[in-house]
Design a protein around this ligand. Structure first.
Ligand code: SF4
Length: 329
């Protein structure tokens, strides 16, 4: 039986952060001056962790960061993951979330190694605004070249994640609609969550699902299409059939009831929820000389502690014990 928590949710998606270093300094994420804080494990150790989780029923592995394309050995890691078989003896679904800055050169080797999908974080399609948000000059052209490079070897559909903040980039919504249609990518808007370094989040900053739909409908009407329960994004097609957008609405429309995710941080801690205030030290168990079966037992016990849901915006909300750049989304 696949990994299941005490609420009966099947845990199928493993997200591994392979570094908390990043070559971008986005104003809503790296809002403090912390920089990288946690050690990285060896690629072989992440592979062992993935192998044990796959043996417990994981079918999707997403590599995250910081910025995962900064990590040496990434291509080799993807090809090792591509050799793994799920318990149903199917191919593993391997994805990467990247800021796209290094993607132009790496898309082909990653696709050849067996990568299934790529998600690129972009919070503006206006180069000037992009530079102000990322605090990196000329990044927009570089990332756009990366997105197009990923489409060539068939890493389609390339998904674009855009975190919306009121007053920062919410005027980019219809421009992103055009971008999705012109570039043939799926743009997913994400409601801002309280996971930034300086803890500046407030409900007023959040641009909600309803607002995004209203704004986009001014550009062109949308129709909602079915999405799998465990998918975080609601899906919408433009009425003329050209182009698709998604909305990830954890604040206004939480989807915790169908959560299928578990995360491992760059230093080998298991986080059963993005908003966990407690972590479980898998790396220490590995260092103690545990066998793969003992690791599997530890993981099963940990999944029993998986939180029912987040409590964003509720009285008594306790911020996550790490910020997003140190978790990896
Ligand atoms: S907030 Fe936690 S429980 Fe809810 S969907 Fe995200 S990871 Fe799952």
């Amino acid at each position: 039986m696949p990994l299941t928590d005490k609420f009966g949710r099947s845990i199928r998606d493993l997200r591994i952060s392979i570094t908390d270093r990043c070559n971008y300094k986005c104003v809503y994420c790296r809002s403090g001056s912390d920089g990288p804080q946690f050690p990285e494990m060896a690629i072989d150790e992440y592979l062992r962790i993935a192998r044990v989780f796959v043996g417990l029923g994981i079918t999707k592995v997403r590599l995250t960061g910081g910025e995962p394309l900064l990590r040496n050995g990434l291509v080799e890691m993807v090809s090792e993951l591509a050799r793994m078989r799920t318990v149903e003896s199917g191919a593993l679904d391997i994805a990467i979330t990247t800021n796209g800055h290094l993607l132009e050169d790496m898309a082909q080797p990653l696709a050849d190694a067996g990568l299934s999908r790529v998600t690129v974080s972009m919070d503006a399609v206006d180069p000037g605004r992009f530079a102000r948000i990322t605090r990196v000059p000329n990044g927009f052209e570089q990332v756009l070249a990366g997105v197009r490079a990923a489409q060539r070897p068939g890493l389609n559909p390339v998904k674009i994640n855009c975190v919306l903040l009121r007053g920062l980039n919410d005027d980019q919504i219809t421009a992103f609609g055009r971008f999705a249609r012109d570039e043939g990518v799926i743009v997913r808007f994400i409601e801002f969550m309280p996971l930034e370094e300086d803890r500046v989040w407030s409900p007023e900053i959040v641009v909600t699902l309803h607002e995004i739909l209203q704004r986009m409908a001014e550009f062109m009407p949308l129709r909602e299409v079915q999405h799998a329960h465990s998918e975080t994004a609601r899906r919408y097609l433009f009425e003329d059939g050209v182009g698709e957008i998604g909305i990830v609405a954890p604040v206004s429309h939480p989807f915790c009831g169908h959560c299928s995710r578990v995360r491992v941080t760059s230093d080998g801690k298991i986080r059963t929820c993005l908003f966990s205030v407690r972590e479980h030290d898998l790396a220490a168990v590995m260092e103690s000389g545990a066998s793969d079966d003992e690791l599997a037992d530890f993981i099963c016990r940990v999944i029993d502690h998986k939180e029912a849901r987040h409590h964003i915006g509720e009285p008594g909300f306790v911020p996550a014990s790490r910020t997003m750049v140190h978790i990896g989304g």
